[in-house]
Design a protein around this ligand. Structure first.
Ligand code: FEO
Ligand code: CA
Ligand code: CA
Length: 703
């Protein structure tokens, strides 16, 4: 495939500072054209500062047991032990390991330059391969992909569209076999169906294909001997392979909302079984070997909000569902296939989406579960750390302009060991607990003028507190029951004065230092018109490039109700004075725009993928140390093809393989499958796919 830029069918129209118009339509049904759903008038938190600053650096090693099938060794408590113990592709520890040198980075690769090539670019000394792409067989017996004769039955057994989250879980101790678990967030019908004209004109079978292309895939993969490369396992070895989709998969509701009147429908009078999972975006791998998947922009699949009961309308509107017209721009018209998507007939159906889904990839017969105890919003990542007390803590973001940051603390404690007793117990951990929303204070509020100028105390920083919303079946929000708080969590956050953030996407604790990192993608509405003004955590007016927030729980206790925070990275072109890279020499860092997903490698370096680069380059993946003198030395590791967003990423526990998902390649206005804006990866038309990258000499990726 040529690396030469090829002419686009039409110039894409960029909107809202970064994204192509086609992305806005399909990703979130032009959410930015609709009013900001958060119209609450939260009280301001003022200048809350903690006298007690959390202890930095080394924290005690996690004395937890084995992780998942195939990883039975004692967990590492030093970097040396970590490298010896983690030839499994598992993420190594479950609690902070600490240790000298962790997160201080030795990122030796030469950064690649920004570019607009229609190819996947990695640094010299690295190679990459497409592991799996849209339409490839997943379930045994799946037919070969046929673009012009697509059927829902075939798609339901093939790899879905628009891969986002990527997790890799071990199947053996030797690091040779693993399970790839991937989210399929949404579909681009123009880029899927030859001759596409409109959603209304799609055949019913094509709508079903699109529904079957949503959801998740579990795929067994195997290492290419002696390298960091992986490939899909042979067709004879696919007992774990499965698809979950939006068409016919049944998921189980757990937690306080399961069985409540808020989720009962004609098809499910008990309120416990939901057909389909929608818009699965980011996620996380749990310490007990399951995958969490966030249902994000579920609003776009529903019609008929105008005819929903009047009492429901404010709740629907707070989640972005149109209540003044039957359809909105970009309506996918799924009600043509299943009338559960028509809120005029089934107003509770919307309440059954927007949850965190847990799937057990090791048990292909298990029913995925929607955990209501973790709240309902436009979920992105859900990443778990085991607190010193043994309770598990899940960090989560609600990806909408001016929405909130959350955490969940389980009632029960994590059980160590890889016995089936432990596993069965751990599978219940997310069914009950306490849900909090974040309120951030400021140290330099008077100096925040929207320009991005660093305050005189040298940092965008402050304290903060976790406000308890609900614990078990007890609500802490006036006038809302526990089930209401969990189902209309955004409204609960409004009421308690949560801090309005610039699109909190992925939120992930470093299992090395215990610090939590939040990707705040952008918010071009910040400080514009009557929208909320900049604050110290969201310090720029019309924020086009986003920022990274680092959160340190007080006493490094992940169950704590107070924390401190700072912005180590304020994104953009380093030449732009409003950017900040932890004080590092800005002439030596790569430009970055719109951070989206974060991950950590086995040495604790932070990897950041982007979505919607507003600096004129394709999206990409970046890495930086989080500690020591190299903190803030951000380097660009790869770029994805034209029109794509970089998702995943996932670095294996042995640091030898890096996985990213190339989502929506060629998603540029005017492009079609017949006249594509990208021909990645096969030279014909664009296909979303998962890529594995490795170092040619077999060494650790990045280092
Ligand atoms: Fe699906 Fe917020 O990205
Ligand atoms: Ca400050
Ligand atoms: Ca994303």
């Amino acid at each position: 495939m040529s690396d030469r830029p090829r002419p686009l069918p039409l110039l894409g129209t960029t909107r809202h500072g970064s994204r192509d118009a086609m992305t806005c339509l399909y990703r979130c049904a032009n959410a930015c054209d609709h009013p900001v759903p958060n119209t609450s008038d939260n009280p301001y938190f003022g200048d809350l500062v903690h006298a007690e600053v959390s202890r930095r650096g080394v924290v005690r090693a996690g004395a937890v047991g084995a992780m998942v099938l195939g990883f039975t060794g004692t967990l590492p408590d030093t970097p040396a032990a970590a490298s010896a113990a983690t030839n499994s592709p598992a993420r190594p520890p479950t609690t902070p390991t600490g240790g000298k040198g962790i997160g201080t980075g030795a990122l030796t690769f030469k950064p690649i330059p920004p570019n607009t090539l229609d190819t996947f670019v990695v640094p010299n000394g690295y190679d990459h391969a497409v592991l799996i792409r849209w339409g490839d067989p997943v379930v045994p017996g799946a037919p070969a992909f046929d673009l012009r004769r697509q059927t829902a039955a075939a798609q339901a057994r093939q790899f879905g569209y628009n891969n986002d989250f990527v997790g890799v879980l071990p199947l053996d101790k030797g690091g040779k076999r693993a399970l790839l678990v991937v989210n399929h967030e949404y579909t681009n019908e123009e880029l899927m169906f030859p001759g596409f004209t409109s959603h209304e004109a799609l055949t019913v079978e094509q709508v079903k294909v699109a529904m079957a292309a949503h959801g998740m895939s579990v795929v067994e993969i195997e290492r290419v001997a002696g390298t960091g490369q992986w490939r899909v396992a042979g067709s004879g070895r696919r007992p774990y392979n499965r698809r979950v989709d939006a068409l016919s998969s049944t998921l189980e509701l757990t937690g306080p909302v399961a069985g409540s009147s808020l989720v009962k429908t004609a098809a499910d009078p008990k309120g416990r079984r939901v057909v389909g999972t929608l818009n699965n975006c980011a996620g996380g791998v749990t310490p007990w070997g399951t995958v969490l998947s966030g249902e994000e922009n579920f609003d776009q699949y529903f019609v008929g909000g105008d005819a929903a009961p009047a009492a429901d309308k404010p709740r629907l509107a707070r989640y972005g569902i149109t209540t003044t017209a039957r359809y909105r721009s970009g309506s996918r018209r799924w009600e043509r296939v299943a009338d559960r998507f028509d809120l005029a007939k089934h107003p509770n159906e919307a309440n059954r989406h927007g949850w965190i889904v847990e799937i057990d990839p090791y048990d292909p017969d298990s029913r995925p579960r929607k955990h209501t105890a973790l709240g309902r919003f436009k979920h992105e990542g859900a990443n778990v750390i085991v607190a010193r007390s043994g309770h598990v803590v899940v960090y989560m973001g609600d990806d909408e302009r001016f929405d909130y940051l959350y955490k969940f603390v389980s009632d029960k404690k994590f059980m160590t060991g890889d016995s089936w007793v432990a596993r069965k117990h751990n599978l219940t951990l997310l069914e009950s607990g306490t849900l909090y929303v974040a309120q951030l204070g400021q140290t330099s509020a008077a100096e925040i003028d929207g320009s991005g100028t660093l305050p005189s105390d040298g940092a965008f920083n402050g304290g903060g507190r976790w406000i308890k919303l609900v614990s078990g079946n007890r609500s802490y929000v006036d006038g809302m029951s526990a089930a209401e708080v969990l189902t209309f969590t955004r409204l609960a956050g409004d009421q308690v004065g949560a801090t309005k953030m610039d699109r909190p996407e992925d939120v992930e604790p470093s299992l090395h230092t215990g610090k939590v990192y939040v990707a705040l993608t952008n918010n071009t509405n910040r400080g514009v018109g009557s929208n909320p003004k900049p604050d110290e955590a969201n310090p720029r007016t019309a924020n086009r490039h986003g920022q990274i927030l680092e959160l340190v729980e007080d006493r490094t206790d992940h169950t704590a109700e107070t924390f401190t925070w700072s912005l180590p990275i304020v994104c953009g072109d380093p030449a732009d004075p409003s950017t900040y890279f932890a004080g590092y020499d800005k002439t030596r860092v790569s430009p970055i725009s719109c951070p989206d997903n974060v991950a950590f490698d086995a040495t604790g370096n932070l990897w950041i993928s982007t979505d919607g680069n507003a600096l004129g380059s394709n999206d990409g993946l970046f890495a930086t140390a989080t500690e020591g003198p190299e903190r803030g030395h951000l380097k660009q590791f790869l770029t994805v093809p034209r029109g794509a967003e970089t998702c995943g990423p996932f670095v294996t526990g042995d640091n030898r393989s890096l996985f990213v998902a190339v989502q929506h390649p060629g998603e540029i206005t005017g492009a079609t499958v017949d006249n594509p804006a990208s021909t990645w990866p096969d030279g014909d038309y664009a296909k979303p796919g998962v890529v594995v990258t490795w170092r040619l000499d077999g060494g650790p990726v990045g280092s």
